[in-house]
Write a protein that binds this ligand. Structure first.
Ligand code: FES
Length: 164
């Protein structure tokens, strides 16, 4: 299905447009904000999103795809409502993150990278989230949770299960 911005996304895009020069380089700089706005609206960056962002920024789909694949914060597949990103880089792993990740996947009944059958949770491993001093660090959607333990993660998941 073809993608296009809804009214609120288009308003947000226009706000960003005012921050860049009205020339091809300025339009090209709008690719990252346009991808963010698309992800907020669509949940992930589909091929239709790539084509749409290329069209509205006057760039090539290949360039937009390159940006999408370079930055890990852009999701290329649909995920659960709660996207659990466990940092398992060195500091977090030294603090037990790898075990927390494995056990959380088991409790959710999924393999790493999978989504629960109710569509609520996807759990993945990610590289350093830049919060090593507060490890283990977990990012859920756009929010960081630090000093995580297995029981803290369980509490969070129970909280999210009850969320509407
Ligand atoms: S190693 Fe996990 S936040 Fe840096």
């Amino acid at each position: 299905m073809a993608f296009s911005f809804n009214e609120s996304s288009m308003n947000e895009f226009h706000k960003w447009g005012k921050k860049f020069p009205e020339n091809p380089e300025g339009r090209r700089s709008l690719v990252i904000p346009a991808l963010w706005i698309s992800q907020w609206q669509n949940g992930y960056i589909s091929k239709d999103v790539v084509n749409y962002v290329a069209e509205i920024t006057g760039t090539e789909p290949l360039h937009v795809w390159g940006v999408t694949t370079f930055y890990t914060m852009f999701k290329r597949e649909k995920t659960g409502k709660f996207f659990l990103q466990f940092c398992t880089n060195i500091t977090c792993t030294l603090m037990g993150a790898d075990q927390i990740f494995v056990n959380t996947c088991k409790k959710l009944g999924i393999k790493p990278g999978e989504t629960t059958s109710d569509g609520k949770f996807t759990a993945v491993e990610v590289e350093c989230l830049g919060a090593c001093g507060s490890s283990p660090t977990l990012q859920v959607n756009d929010k960081y949770y630090t000093h995580m333990t297995e029981s803290e993660v369980e509490k969070l998941i129970a909280e999210f299960r009850g969320a509407k």
